[in-house]
Design a protein around this ligand. Structure first.
Ligand code: R5P
Length: 332
């Protein structure tokens, strides 16, 4: 926990924090930063499989923060969140803030096959319909998904924690590598913050768990590589990229991603990558012990959400949370 957590009693009795069932540990961390506690909820599954969620204390006239990440079972967690928002609205909450550290449906952001739903937009609409006044999320698959939300939305970045961590390493021979050109801008921002170069793979997705990377654009030969992506899901993208990097004589490889989803074959694939020195991710998604490889480092983003919630509730600008790109790191 960082030492800039808010002073005790800042919100007196005006704030209620609730955690959906996806990630109670992160909710506890955010509440600790805000010097408050997580309020109880009561959930019940009826014999007909219907879900019931009850908020454990009065929210009348309160600012309500509900924390839920879209982790498996995503549909259950989504429904639980919608019901919690609706419950807070009908119980006369003053404001309702949906904090979704990992918005998995951001990957469904375009109509790239006939007769499909752009579910990233549909779910954003549902959050607004349920009664959310405000959404906070982190590192959406593509930045444009931000525009799907019908209510004010803070699209936060975890890059601050990556920059802090990578500054502790020897980066004299390192380069940041994005698995695909579409995400090269993000990688380039990280590289600038670290004062190093950037490269990108030319990736084409073939199926949910496999991709083809035809080439790497940039000078990676003989360098140490920080592979940087928004998420590692099945590990298909990083697996393909690591093979290519090895063929280009790259030295030490570090994999870094905001959302350590690690679904399907991911952990087996990552465990088999001898050349990967470290896998650095964050806790936007809970990572159970059986997925924690010995070379995995999980950085906390609880304080980033805590700071953003504090600024929102205190009516302060949150743009300062992003100022590190130009002011805090570059050139230091
Ligand atoms: C994709 O386009 C994203 O930026 C990530 O590279 C992708 O979600 C990773 O998925 P996987 O690990 O299954 O390749």
């Amino acid at each position: 926990m960082t030492d800039d957590s808010v002073p005790m009693g800042q919100f007196a009795d005006s704030l209620r924090i609730f955690a959906g069932s996806s990630h109670p540990e992160l909710a506890q961390e955010i509440a600790a930063y805000l010097n408050t506690r997580v309020s109880e909820i009561h959930t019940e599954r009826f014999s007909n499989d219907n879900l019931m969620v009850q908020l454990g204390e009065s929210v009348r006239g309160k600012d309500v923060v509900i924390i839920q990440s879209f982790t498996p079972n995503v549909s259950e967690h989504l429904l639980e969140l919608l019901m919690m928002i609706d419950a807070a609205r009908s119980a006369s909450a003053r404001t309702i803030h949906a904090v979704i550290p990992y918005y998995s449906y951001a990957r469904s952001d375009k109509k790239d096959a006939p007769r499909i739903s752009i579910a990233g937009r549909l779910i954003a609409d549902l959050l607004g319909h349920a009664g959310a006044d405000h959404v906070m999320t982190m590192t959406l698959h593509s930045p444009q998904v931000h525009g799907f939300f019908p209510v004010p939305t803070d699209h936060l970045t975890a890059d601050e924690v990556f920059v802090d961590y990578f500054h502790t390493l020897d980066l004299s021979n390192a380069i940041v590598v994005s698995p695909d050109i579409g995400h090269a801008k993000r990688a380039s921002r990280l590289a600038k913050s670290l004062g190093i170069g950037v490269a990108a793979g030319d990736k084409e997705r073939q199926s949910d768990d496999s991709v083809a990377i035809s080439t790497i654009i940039g000078d990676v030969d003989g360098r140490d590589a920080i592979v940087f992506d928004d998420e590692i899901a099945t590990g298909g993208s990083v697996c393909e990229l690591v093979n290519l990097l090895e063929a280009r004589g790259v030295g030490r490889i570090i994999l870094a991603c905001t959302h350590g989803v690690f679904s399907g074959p991911a952990i087996a694939r990552l465990a088999a990558m001898d050349k990967v020195y470290e896998i650095v991710t964050t806790n936007t998604v809970p990572i159970p012990s059986y997925k924690r490889l010995p070379n995995m480092r999980v950085l906390s983003v609880g304080h980033i959400f805590g700071r953003a919630i504090n600024c929102n509730l205190m009516g302060q600008s949150i743009s300062s949370l992003f100022a590190f790109w130009s002011e805090k790191w570059i050139g230091h």
